[in-house]
Design a binder for this molecule. Structure first.
Ligand code: CP3
Length: 343
């Protein structure tokens, strides 16, 4: 029998009223209990690799808001870390890595990645053990392009110019890096699903900075490779793709990669979102700043999404991650308003 989890039913194409709801980055600094656990853990990476504390912070937003899905607490950059690249997170500066060279790419090997990420899989199975049956557990990874941008620049940048330049100057090394990341990420997601995740999301946060040819080569092609390899290992894997900023290319992205559902950023027009819903589930797409503002801006943003998109398969979410300055009461208000909706 098919699963009864509300979120899984929508990912399979059903329309539910009210729609299931969760929030990207729902475990994080806007929650006082997260900040307390994070201090206890020491560093952000210590928290990611501590199965007990990672389980605790994954469950915190579920206890508070009763979301339909929990997302594993980790980071997309644990994959390059498991490939042997150095990684640290500095207060207020985000991730820092040593920029990789073309020569170093040639020496990377993926054999140890899943074994080194054992603590993550241990967290997944602990979380599944503690979650209610009706709550979906999401695993995740970064898409090859987005992970590669941090490996090449060594830090976040506004438009990923260093990675774009590297890709044009050293096309062979760059293609090899994307292939390797696609393969290890597929194996990593398969391990998360085997450990107890119900579905997975692929975060391609920097998909929006590429021209047409590069979008096809650096986003679509490696994600298609990842999805194919993942489905070879776990045939019924449910996969959400999030090519943030893909705009008109969202449709081609689902068709060419084979992801089940599309997570939409808040710039996607409702007309396009409704068309995309004709081909499968969508997730999104409230502007996180409406959630910070609260009041009328929040109510209007929520209502517009429900009016335009709740008639088809929709997972209510933000168009990107929740930000640290978000008042906790606004999140509770959003959940209440979405749950009151009926068609
Ligand atoms: O959604 C969740 O609650 C699960 C956990 C999660 C984190 N990062 C925790 C985190 C997920 C799914 C991610 C994904 C991630 N990480 C992405 C893709 C999604 C996106 O937001 O675009 C990216 C690009 C990263 C890399 C990363 N990690 C950056 C750029 C930063 C710094 C920015 C920031 O918010 O501080 C991080 C740090 C990070 N990852 C934090 C959290 C809770 C904050 C660190 C802290 O607690 O000190």
């Amino acid at each position: 029998m098919a699963t009864q989890k509300r979120m899984m039913r929508v990912l399979a194409g059903e329309t539910l009223s009210p729609p299931p709801i969760w929030m990207m980055r729902q475990a994080g600094r806007y929650l006082p209990e997260y900040r307390a656990t994070r201090t206890k853990a020491g560093s952000f990476l210590d928290l990611c690799y501590n199965p007990e504390l990672a389980t605790e912070v994954t469950l915190q937003p579920i206890r508070r808001f009763g979301f339909d899905a929990a997302i594993l607490f980790s980071d997309i950059l644990v994959v390059p870390h498991a490939l042997g690249r150095d990684l640290r997170f500095e207060e207020g500066r985000g991730p820092l890595m040593t920029p990789i060279s073309g020569k170093e790419i040639g020496r990377l090997t993926g054999d140890q990645v899943v074994a080194r990420l054992g603590p993550v899989m241990e967290a997944v199975s602990r979380i599944r053990g503690e979650l209610a049956d009706e709550t979906t557990l999401l695993g995740f990874c970064g898409a090859p392009w987005t992970v590669a941008t941090y490996m090449i620049a060594g830090h976040g940048t506004p438009d990923q110019a260093p990675a774009r330049l590297f890709a044009y100057r050293e096309p062979q090394a760059f293609a090899a890096l994307l292939d390797l990341l696609a393969d290890v990420s597929a194996d990593y997601l398969a391990a998360q699903l085997r450990a107890g995740a119900d579905a997975v999301q692929i975060f391609d946060s920097w998909a929006g900075v590429l021209d047409d040819a590069s979008f096809a080569a650096f986003c679509v092609k490696p994600v298609a490779r990842l999805v194919k390899r993942l489905r070879a290992a776990v045939p019924d894997a449910r996969i959400i793709g999030f090519p943030r900023g893909a705009g008109l290319r969202y449709r081609a992205y689902r068709a060419a990669t084979g992801v089940d559902a599309l997570a939409l950023d808040w710039s996607v027009p409702f007309d396009l979102a409704a068309e995309l819903q004709g081909e499968g589930a969508i997730q999104g797409n409230l502007d996180p700043m409406r959630l910070v503002a609260g009041g009328k801006a929040l109510a209007e943003g929520i209502d517009a999404i429900l009016e335009r998109l709740a008639g088809g398969p929709l997972v209510f979410n933000l168009g990107h991650g929740v930000t640290p300055q978000t008042p906790v009461e606004h999140v509770a208000e959003m959940v209440r308003r979405v749950r009151e909706f009926s068609r």
